[in-house]
Design a protein around this ligand. Structure first.
Ligand code: IVH
Length: 673
């Protein structure tokens, strides 16, 4: 078995998957940076091990392998994105949100939202010096050479109608006309190359060519729509900026309109949507921007988008097709998702062959059956969905669907946890979950095995060295050292770290198991309550639910977990493997605090709330915020409110802050409450 070969195949799979999601499903799943990293790693491995090079490797795809060679540029001012309004009501909400501040009717610039790629063009003293992609908004790729091939981008600003600023950054959308896209695809197919899924992908593909002669042969265009950094030039309104752009030689969209009333805005939204299919390029909505720059500045920006602009999206595109089959897939957390396999159908220029059905409730609610004709919707970047079933097209052969009782990956029993819509595979060693489970198990706050990093875990699982968290405690130095890139000394270090982790606490152990909804805090609660593992495992649902701080959802999750035979075996093997759980120290704790619940109300003068809570927790108690019959003490500060009253009603002991202070500092005070 060769780990490098496996690694290469794994990378190819990931990259192909990413490409598929991006180009075909129009649904990117990883960042550009992550994609670049995978591609780089693959290229390096293929260079070092040319015996594993294949003609179908993603590195052999024209252009793609050269992506990494573009240099990175940091934008002087980040390129923001836009918040979305999904319908007219949301546009109106936006309008009233922004109107509120200045109190009078604002003017808005309305523009089509071009479905292309955002770029930034930089001009110094009127000369085009560089251009970049949007990237993550902060940094992008330098694509100057490619942008220079686009004829609608001026290489030199016109100066006869307007003065030239010393620095001008202009942002815009590069796109491909639908006609050009069709023509390009014909040509691609004629040359035996794959067709692009849609005009945006073909524009992206063309802009990302390292060889700019290829880009030059593609008909790309640009509409400019926003300023970046400007020096030696300012303007009072957005429309003034837009109107200046053509004077310098930039292209702006002919459908831009200044709207002075809300009615005009809504009319614009409607009329552009109606025109949508008659326009020669793809648009996916309209953009409304507050016209006045002063007002824009007053409204400001949120983390990634301005408060003064909104994208009014168009209704998603829908098509009709047939459900051929339904299958389940298991996610990394064990969540089971039913997926409909469709008769492939093109929606908005993309071929769709799968749709998510979310969960059993969704299937039942829509009464989705295998064989049904359905309306499928693909909206922007989201996974295609079933809008409704065309029951009128049923012939009686359609079959209702139930999520099976077995995990499609590990065949163990699946359950539907209390309060959750999704079914879940409960087996902590399910191959779909194992890597994530191990990562969690060894993490700092769990068993804290230093040196068992993600990469090593991946390597160990992929090579079959471990299939369960328990296997970690049976590892031999020799088998670790036999792994690729693992020196004798580092193998020993890992073994030492594993040894050091064997002594642990019940709280950490419980947390490490990764029981759903059982975090670090819950680990401590359970430790305090049960003191040893056997009692916890034996506790029934009622016993668990009776614990302060544990509700039905957590109680169910704990039961579900320990009811899974695989998990019990794993726990036993962990103990066999030498994991030692220290006896809980609760016994020697201050009985006045241990397992007692405190509520603080009113203003404290001697402690802050957090300090008081910390003291209680250190002493083995718990600080909570709402009074119930599980509360032991209510500590009242000044101006205490309704909680003291509620405590009285329930007969809970009420003490003053002074008394609490005494309790903390005097071990004999209030000894037997
Ligand atoms: S303005 C501060 N105007 O939409 C506002 N963006 O979802 C920044 N887009 O990244 C963008 N047409 O790629 C603006 N007329 C238009 C646009 C437009 C298309 C794109 C752009 C941006 C994305 C935000």
């Amino acid at each position: 078995m060769d780990l490098f070969k496996q690694k290469i195949e794994e990378l190819r799979r990931k990259i192909n998957e990413a490409n598929y999601n991006y180009y075909i499903l129009d649904n990117p799943t990883i960042s550009d940076a992550e994609y670049d990293r995978l591609m780089r790693e693959l290229q390096q491995l293929e260079e070092s091990y040319p015996q594993y090079k294949t003609a179908d490797s993603p590195t052999q795809r024209v252009g793609a392998s050269q992506l990494t060679k573009f240099s990175t540029v940091t934008h002087r001012i980040p390129l923001l994105s836009l918040d979305n309004a999904m319908d007219e009501a949301e546009v109106l909400e936006f309008v009233s949100r922004v109107q509120k501040a200045p109190g009078k009717q604002l003017e808005f610039v309305a523009e089509p939202k071009i479905d292309g790629l955002a770029v930034e063009l930089v001009y110094e003293n009127g000369i085009f010096v560089s251009g970049s992609t949007r990237g993550d908004g902060i940094t992008g790729e330098d694509i100057t050479q490619n942008l220079k091939t686009i004829r609608s981008i001026p290489l030199q600003l016109r100066s006869n109608q307007h003065p030239i600023p010393s620095l001008l950054e202009v942002r815009g959308e590069v796109y491909m006309d639908r006609n050009d896209f069709e023509r390009l695809n014909e040509q691609q197919l004629a040359e035996g190359k794959p067709a692009f899924a849609n005009p945006r992908n073909s524009a992206a593909g063309s802009l990302r060519q390292l060889d700019s002669r290829i880009t030059a042969n593609r008909s790309l265009s640009i509409f400019c729509y926003a300023p970046g950094s400007c020096e030696g030039f300012s303007f009072k309104t957005h429309i003034e900026f837009l109107q200046t752009l053509p004077l310098w030689g930039f292209r702006i969209n002919p459908l831009i309109k200044l709207c002075k009333t809300t009615d005009e805005l809504i009319d614009y939204y409607r009329s552009i949507e109606t025109k949508r299919d008659t326009i020669s390029y793809d648009i996916d909505g309209v953009v409304f921007k507050v016209n006045s720059i002063t007002q824009q500045e007053e409204l400001g920006i949120k983390s990634r988008s301005p408060r003064w602009a909104i994208a009014g999206k168009f209704k998603a595109k829908q098509e009709i097709t047939r459900i051929l089959d339904i299958e389940t897939s298991v996610g990394r957390t064990g969540a089971i998702t039913p997926v409909a396999h469709l008769q492939p159908v093109r929606i908005g220029g993309v071929t769709v062959s799968n749709a998510t059905l979310h969960n059993q409730d969704e299937i039942d609610r829509k009464d989705i059956r295998v064989g049904d004709w359905v309306v499928i919707q693909r909206a922007g970047d989201v996974i295609p969905q079933v809008v409704k079933v065309m029951t009128e097209r049923r012939n009686g052969a359609e079959k209702p669907y139930r999520i099976p009782a077995e995990c499609p990956v590990c065949r163990s029993h699946i359950t539907r946890p209390e309060g959750e819509a999704k079914h879940r595979c409960q087996n902590m060693n399910c191959p779909a979950q194992i890597k994530g489970r191990i990562q969690h198990f060894v993490s700092k706050r769990a068993l804290n095995i230093d040196g068992l990093g993600d990469r090593l875990i991946e390597q160990m699982v992929d090579s079959g060295l471990i299939n369960s968290v328990a296997d970690i405690y049976f590892l031999k130095k020799e088998s670790l050292a036999a792994l690729e890139r693992m020196a004798d000394k580092s193998a020993q270090n890992v073994i030492n770290a594993i040894d050091a982790s064997r002594e642990t606490t019940l709280a950490r152990f419980i947390y490490a198991l990764g029981i759903r909804n059982v975090g670090e805090h819950m680990g401590k609660v359970l430790e305090r309550e049960f003191k040893d593992l056997e009692t916890l495992i034996a506790a029934d649902y009622e016993r668990l639910e009776a614990i302060e701080g544990i509700g039905p959802i957590v109680a169910r999750a704990i039961r579900d977990f320990f009811d899974e035979e695989n998990n019990l075996q794993t726990v036993n093997r962990l103990l066999e493997g030498g994991v030692g759980i220290a006896k809980s120290k609760t016994g020697i704790q201050d009985e006045r605090f241990a397992r007692k619940t405190f509520i603080f109300t009113g203003t404290l003068t001697k402690f802050t709330r957090d300090e008081a809570k910390e003291i209680v927790e250190k002493k083995g108690g718990k600080a909570s915020s709402s009074v119930s019959n599980k509360t032991d003490y209510v500590v009242v500060g000044e101006n205490a409110g309704s909680k003291a009253g509620k405590a009285k009603e329930l007969g809970v002991k009420i003490i003053s802050e002074e008394e609490f202070f005494e309790m903390v500092n005097n071990p004999f005070f209030n000894k037997q409450p």
